[in-house]
Design a protein around this ligand. Structure first.
Ligand SMILES: Nc1ncnc2c1ncn2[C@@H]1O[C@H](COP(=O)(O)OP(=O)(O)OP(=O)(O)O)[C@@H](O)[C@H]1O
Ligand SMILES: [Mg+2]
Length: 211
C-alpha cells in the first residue's frame, strides 16, 4: 500500500483542523509548565500553511513538505516554530520528487524529520519534549514496516506508541525549554509539544484510513 501526494495534502489539512480544534487544550497544557502559547503557535503556523498549500499542492511530496516547514519557520516563534519547521523541511528532503510513498518511504520521511528535531533541539528521551512522543512512535513504525504490516496497521501501532509516549511525559521532569526552568514543579503535567506531535501523527493515521 502506498500513501499518495493527495493524502499528504489531506494530512496537512487534517492537521490544521485538529490543531484548531485542540487550540485551547494545547494552550491549557502549556499554562502550568510554559507560557500558555502552544495552541496559539501551532494554529498560527498551520493556518499559514493552509494559505500556502494551494500554491504547492501540484508539486511533489518533498516540495509540499518543504514549503510547510519553511512556512512554520517563518510564521511561528518560540521553540516549536523552528522545531516543527525543521521537522517538515527534513521530512520533505527525505522524499524529494516523490509522488507517492511506500511504507519504507513513509518511515524514512518521518524519521528524517525527527532526526532534524533532535539535531536542532538537542533533546534526548525523557527530557519531557515532543521527542518523547516521536521516539516510541518511530520505533513502533519501524518494527511494523519491517514486519510487513499494511500502512493503516503500521500507523495504528505508531499512534498507540505516540499516545503512550505523550502520557509518559506526565511524571517526567523537564530538562529542555521553558518548562525546565520549573525544575521539579514541571512534574505531573503532560508536555504540550508531545501532545501536538501525537495529534499530528494521529491525523496521518486518520487520513490514511480515509475517515
Ligand atoms: N529542545 C527541544 N527539543 C524538542 N522539543 C522541545 C525543545 N524545547 C521545547 N520543546 C517542545 O516545545 C514545546 C513548547 O512549544 P511552544 O510552542 O509553547 O514554544 P515556546 O513557548 O517557545 O517553548 P518553550 O517554552 O518550551 O521554550 C514543549 O512542550 C516541548 O515539547
Ligand atoms: Mg509555550
Amino acid at each position: 500500500m502506498t500513501v499518495t501526494k493527495e493524502q499528504i495534502v489531506t494530512w496537512l489539512e487534517e492537521t490544521a483542523v485538529v490543531l484548531n480544534e485542540n487550540k485551547e487544550y494545547l494552550t491549557e497544557l502549556d499554562s502550568p509548565i510554559g507560557d500558555a502559547d502552544h495552541g496559539i503557535n501551532m494554529t498560527r503556523g498551520f493556518n499559514k500553511v493552509m494559505e500556502k498549500l494551494p500554491t504547492v499542492a501540484d508539486k511533489d511530496i518533498g516540495n509540499i513538505l518543504k514549503t510547510t516547514g519553511m512556512t512554520l519557520l517563518s510564521s511561528v516563534g518560540g521553540a516549536s516554530g523552528p522545531l516543527y519547521g525543521t521537522f517538515y523541511m527534513r521530512a520533505g528532503m527525505a522524499v524529494m520528487a516523490k509522488e507517492e510513498l511506500s511504507n519504507e518511504d513513509l518511515y524514512k520521511m518521518l524519521q528524517a524529520g525527527v532526526d532534524g528535531v533532535v539535531q536542532r533541539g538537542r533533546a534526548v528521551p525523557e527530557d519531557k519534549t515532543m521527542i518523547d512522543a516521536w521516539t516510541p512512535a518511530m520505533s513502533a513504525l519501524k518494527a511494523a514496516v519491517e514486519a510487513g504490516d499494511d500502512t493503516v496497521t503500521a500507523l495504528e501501532k505508531s499512534v498507540a506508541a505516540a499516545e503512550q509516549g505523550m502520557k509518559d511525559t506526565i511524571p517526567m521532569q523537564a530538562r529542555k525549554g521553558r518548562a525546565s526552568y520549573l525544575g521539579e514543579r514541571s512534574i505531573g503535567h503532560q508536555d504540550p509539544g508531545a501532545t501536538s506531535s501525537y495529534l499530528i501523527i494521529n491525523a496521518l493515521l486518520e487520513t490514511v484510513k480515509g475517515v
